[in-house]
Design a protein around this ligand. Structure first.
Ligand code: GUN
Length: 283
């Protein structure tokens, strides 16, 4: 029987653990994890993500600040806000929702966030720490994937992990995290020749490409573990991943569904990062 990896359930458990620790922190030291969430403009998908992040903060007993900024805000104004938040002791995490409007220099803005409050782990210092194998903050989606594998007791060491996608948010950091767990790692991408040659070798296959149901049953190894990071909306309105789930699942040992797999883990790990930075900055 294939294991359907229940990200929703694991995510709930993690949030319950965070909530319990948050209460303990407050009862004992009157310290509350504080997260500032900044959104610039009106991108509908970003607004939904940000709303969910803010609601989750509230449900955990975190302190949260919300900044909904005008599309036309100047770079200087945004940097001033980040500077204030960098210096604000009640704030332990600063999240600037991406993408930003074109006139704002995303790299400059992300680098301006105090790296100790960088709960997305996008700052060059946090990227470098991950590169050297001594991370203090991990990027949320790859962190969630590793957590799912561990909580399902899926062995990583010695396995061939094949990642499709080389983004700075998922593919690249995940490759480093899997290496640290002693996997053998292959990264494939849109220019890889003969993709299925690689995917068929994967003990653990992670797809983060954003092409609906693009990985078919004949592209995966028998009894492998499949992690689907894709979230694609079909014209019918249905949400599907990168994996042709219905036809692939019976061939696998374990597989994440979409929705309800990797997706819910990302917010949980953001909250976990905020708790981690809170403890680091408070004690
Ligand atoms: N936009 C899409 N994913 C993310 C994310 O993980 N963090 C931020 N800040 N913006 C995003």
């Amino acid at each position: 029987m294939t294991i359907i990896i229940d990200g929703k359930e694991i995510s709930k458990k993690i949030l319950a653990e965070i909530k319990a620790e948050t209460k303990l922190l407050y009862d004992k030291y009157e310290v509350k994890p504080g997260l500032a969430v900044i959104i610039v403009g009106e991108d509908p998908a970003s607004k939904i993500y940000v709303k969910k992040k803010r609601q989750t903060c509230e449900s955990l007993g975190f302190y949260s600040e919300s900044y909904d900024l005008d599309e036309n805000i100047s770079e200087k104004e945004l940097l001033n806000l980040i500077s204030d938040l960098n210096n604000e002791p009640s704030i332990h995490g600063i999240l600037v929702q991406l993408p930003l409007p074109k006139h704002l220099n995303e790299k400059k803005i992300l680098e301006f966030i105090d790296y100790e409050k960088d709960v997305d782990a996008f700052h060059p210092i946090n990227q470098a720490n991950l590169f050297s194998g001594e991370p203090s903050i991990l990027p949320c989606t790859p962190f969630g994937i590793i957590e799912l594998l561990k909580r399902y007791e899926i062995k990583i060491e010695g396995k061939h992990a094949v990642i499709i996608g080389r983004s700075n948010i998922v593919g690249k950091p995940l490759s480093l995290m899997l290496l640290k767990e002693n996997a053998t790692v292959t990264i494939c991408h849109s220019k890889t020749n003969n993709l299925s040659y690689f995917t068929k070798q994967a003990d653990i296959l992670i797809s983060a490409v954003g092409k609906p149901e693009f990985i078919k049953a004949d592209m995966v190894k028998e009894n492998s573990v499949i992690i689907d990071v894709g979230i694609n909306r079909l014209d019918t309105g249905k949400l599907v991943g990168d994996i042709d789930f219905e036809n692939v699942k019976d061939k696998t040992y374990a597989i994440t569904p979409v929705p309800g797999g990797v997706g819910p883990m990302t917010i949980s790990m953001l909250m976990k990062n905020t708790l981690i930075t809170c403890k680091k900055l408070s004690f």
